[in-house]
Write a protein that binds this ligand. Sequence first.
Ligand code: AMP
Length: 278
Amino acid sequence: MVIVKSIDELLEATSTFKGSVGFVPTMGALHEGHLSLIKKARKENDFVVVSIFVNPTQFLEGEDLEAYPRKEEADVKICELAGVDVLFMPTVDMMYEKDELSITAPAIRGFILEGTKRAGHFDGMLQIVMKLLNLIAYNKPSTFRAYFGKKDAQQLVLITQMVKNYFINVDIVPCDIVRDKDGLALSSRNVYLSKEDRVRALSLSRSLKRATELVMQKEFNSSIIIAEMKKVLSKVEVEYVALVNREFEQIDRVELSNTIILVAARVGTTRLIDNLWI
Ligand code: AMP
């Protein structure tokens, strides 16, 4: 594995690739969720690039940019063992200059749910993803696939739209959510949870399990599903529970194979999200 810390080095390393390229962008503190994306990329491509970059423009004032977990040594080992070819770890100065043009998330799907709770977050996220995709596309790989987790459902939908709107030559590959044995969706932010909070955090996945039960009993009414989920979420501070279609439009009734049920909540000081694709 080659570790590259500058853009020139990255472009040089990827210029030698002959074949398909799988790319997994991350913010590091890698866990099994990230690893599942890397493994999928490894299986489906001749070459694999992983990036680790804690992107400042997607953090809002007062969010955890400084405290965000950083585990460089362990991350390097994980990537090496997973058979990554190139690990890209740029600095902020390399990725941004002072007076940049910006990307704005689309007015409707970018400004509901996470878009209202974290106003500006998606603009910064799309900006960095655009830069990273362009860097990997620079040497024109024969096939270019980029892997994103369904855990960040709205992010995945917005990136898919950006690629379409800006004609970026990449296939976006959605990847299933990886969970701990007890159901908690893996997240780098789970390390913030105290023992008690971790137990309370399980109510997010439990509420989605409750939604599954209801759908299996043919209860398709969104309001009823949301009300039932909120009962399971009584011990955490719910930010939203919502049902949307794959276009991220809120829906009154479950549409089979076209519905995402989402939950966001604060557990202690930690903000968690989870969802279910049905
Ligand atoms: P992050 O480092 O949080 O920016 O995440 C990098 C990528 O890993 C994103 O595409 C996430 O959606 C994905 N990811 C994070 N957690 C999980 C998980 N538990 N299961 C699957 N993918 C995940």
